[in-house]
Design a binder for this molecule. Sequence first.
Ligand code: FE2
Length: 517
Amino acid sequence: MNILVVDDDPEIVEILADLLGSLGYEVSSAANGALALEQIAEHEFDLLLTDINMPVMGGMELIRRVKEMEKSPIIMVLTAYASMQSAIDAIKLGVYDYITKPFEFEIVANAVEKALERQFLQRENVNLKEMMALYRASESISAQFGLDEVIKVLFESAASFTKADFMALYLNDDSPGNHEFTLSRRKLLRPPSNNTRYLLNLLPKHLTSALAHEHFTSFSSKLFQKHDPLLASILADSEEPVEFSSMMAFTLKARNRLVGVFILISFRPEVVFSDKLRRSFYMLVSKAAACIENSYLYNNLQQHYIETVESFAMALEAKDSYTHGHSYQVSLYAALIAQELGFSCNELAMLQKASILHDIGKIGISDAILNAEGKLTESEFAEIRTHPLKGRNIIDPVSSLNQVGEVIFHHHEHWDGNGYPDGLVADDIPLMSRIIGIADAFDAMTSKRPYRSSLSIKEALIELHKGAGHQFDPELVTIFISLRYEVRRLLVGFRESGYKVIKEVPTRFRESAVICK
Ligand SMILES: [Fe+2]
């Protein structure tokens, strides 16, 4: 146990040092409050035994400053009978006990032992609470599936456990050929006193590169002192001095791969990261690394599935020269309406997916029914009507496309409730389903079919107008008709290309619908 004795009387310091030393304690001393603070910044003490009246900085000011610290020692004051009021004031500040001068050895020994016992129990209690909180945070990280959520919990936990003033996370997403670590997220809780740009940008970036290189040896986590050779070599390129109180870094490893680097910095002298904190927090960082890697794997898996399903949709249309390019054209007409409605980029991307995949369920319908010439029987119609449900089931495994599944499921609902599969009415039909319903009908009418030639744009718009309020959302039909010149330009493009999927579409559509990142 480490004790710091603070008194401006060298005789008292010597007597106490001898006494406490003989009882097996490590004793340090300081002649006033200011010198004591310097020692406390350098070493961790279990007990602070301080006089009240001292030059430079007295005991009361010292107590106030120590009490503000993150992990303060337990405090006892030494006081003369004449200054009992000071002892009472000190106790109000949270001091554990006082010893009156002149003191008896036995009383000092007992009081110190009692105080240290109390300190030990308090710290054990704090440790237990911290470990439980860390455990709960790590469980919370494991419960997250998305990358953003995992990172959010990691940052929240780091802010709460480490009291860091600045945190930065650099990640490598393991995409082919990507060896770069890019900034994923950073959080500034309190600004540095100087050299802000260097501390918040260049230092973490350069340190990440250096650690990413070094991890192939043994690096996993580290507390950095300014004189650390690796850090010193990085700091050498800063034109101004770099001021921080404490810094630690963690590498995030999963499946034998370096997923990222997490850097935490404290700018305040009273927040100094300890080795114990680094060790406990590493548990949480390791868990985050595994979850981040899993989210990459999951996203890749989902992306592959989406691409496969999209290629099925294209293949399905390609079997029939009359429907070739239909979904793609529907996606552009739908984007035209959506843009007028002020859809966000994400909503446009979702609408585009739903448009491309709206008839994917037809994969599950027999070719004999799909290509039947002449009138379909009632049972054949019933079979056709299952394609929205089949479509939703096909993309059901992709959780990120759940909403797209709902849009597909309802794309044959009618405004007046006479559609299928649920007979939804008006606004109960998802907006994107209503948009696709119009785009789908318009493209079908303006395309050739084996049994009829295509309608002109005007004829098709008249048909949409007739269906407004019955099959179609009347407001959306009005919007679509108001866009007839843009619709015409798009359709002429399709026709000139022989109804092939057009790579070069007018800028406005390209910006909104095709390249919406
Ligand atoms: Fe359909």
